[in-house]
Design a protein around this ligand. Structure first.
Ligand code: CU
Length: 259
C-alpha cells in the first residue's frame, strides 16, 4: 500500500496533469485531442501504434510479477528453485522485444524525417525569433513584422517556419501542431506546418529566464480570403487584435469549408 505522502503526491500529480487541459477552456491545444496539422495527426497515430505494441509487455510483465509473488511466496518447508539458464526462453525474450523495437523505430524515424524536412511546395515562409520574453514573427514576402503578437497563418497552406533566437535558447511549442522546436541563438532550424483553420495556443518550452512562464504562443490560422484581408490590413499599418482575428475565423469562408 502507498503511504500517505505517496498518495498525496499521486493525487496532486493527477490534478496537475488534468488541470493542464481541463481547468481552462482556452488552455494549450494538444496533439492528442485536437491535432491541427497532418504532422500532428501522424504523431497521434504513431503514439497509439507505439502504445499498442508496448502495452502487452507491460501487462505481461506485471501479470508475471504478481503471479510469482503469490505463487512462489515463502511457505514453511519450501525450498527455493535452483535452476540456471533456459536458452529457448532467453532467445524468445530477446528476439520478441528486438523485433518490436524495430517495428517502432522504422515508422518513428520516417515520421521524424517528415517533420524535419520541409516539402518543396510551401507557399509562405515565416521566420520565428525567440526573445526574452516574447516571440517575433517576420514575413519576408510581405515585409510584415509581428512582435509579441499572435502568429497569423494562412489555413490549409503549407508554410515553412524558420526558428532562431536573439538571446538565449527558447522553444516554440504549439502542441496541436505535433512538434516542438528549439530556437537557438546563431542557428536556424526549419520546420513546416499546414494548419486547419482555428485558434491555437502554445508556450515557450525551454526555461529561458524569469518570465519564461508567461511566454505564450497564440496562432490564428485564417481561411484564404481572411488571411489576404489581414495582410492588406497589416500593410495599411493596422494591427487587428486577437478578438478581431478570432472573429475573422467565423466568417463565410469557414462556413463554406465545413459544408
Ligand atoms: Cu522562452
Amino acid at each position: 500500500m502507498l503511504r500517505k505522502p505517496a498518495w498525496a503526491a499521486f493525487v496532486i500529480g493527477l490534478l496537475m496533469t488534468s488541470g493542464c487541459r481541463f481547468a481552462d477552456p482556452e488552455s494549450t491545444t494538444t496533439w492528442l485531442f485536437d491535432p491541427a496539422t497532418p504532422i500532428a495527426e501522424e504523431v497521434r497515430q504513431n503514439f497509439w501504434y507505439t502504445a499498442s505494441l508496448i502495452a502487452p509487455f507491460l501487462i505481461l510483465a506485471e501479470a508475471l510479477l504478481l503471479y510469482a509473488i503469490f505463487r512462489f511466496r515463502n511457505r514453511a518447508g519450501r525450498k527455493p528453485a535452483a535452476f540456471h539458464e533456459n536458452v529457448k526462453l532467453e532467445v524468445f525474450w530477446t528476439l520478441v522485444p528486438a523485433i518490436t523495437l524495430v517495428m517502432i523505430a522504422v515508422p518513428s524515424f520516417r515520421l521524424v524525417h517528415k517533420i524535419t524536412h520541409v516539402p518543396a511546395d510551401t507557399e509562405l515562409e515565416v521566420q520565428v525569433f525567440g526573445h526574452q520574453f516574447f516571440w517575433r514573427y517576420e514575413y519576408p514576402e510581405y515585409g510584415i513584422t509581428l512582435s509579441d503578437e499572435p502568429l497569423v497563418l494562412p489555413a490549409n497552406k503549407k508554410v515553412a517556419l524558420t526558428f532562431s533566437s536573439v538571446d538565449v535558447i527558447h522553444s516554440w511549442w504549439v502542441p496541436a501542431f505535433g512538434f516542438k522546436q528549439d530556437a537557438n541563438p546563431g542557428r536556424v532550424a526549419t520546420r513546416w506546418v499546414q494548419v486547419k483553420p482555428g485558434y491555437y495556443k502554445g508556450q515557450c518550452a525551454e526555461l529561458c529566464g524569469a518570465l519564461h512562464g508567461v511566454m505564450w504562443i497564440e496562432v490564428v490560422a485564417l481561411p484564404e480570403e481572411a488571411f489576404r484581408e489581414w495582410v492588406r490590413a497589416r500593410k495599411r499599418g493596422e494591427a487587428p487584435s486577437i478578438e478581431e482575428l478570432r472573429a475573422m475565423l467565423s466568417g463565410p469562408q469557414v462556413a463554406k469549408q465545413e459544408d
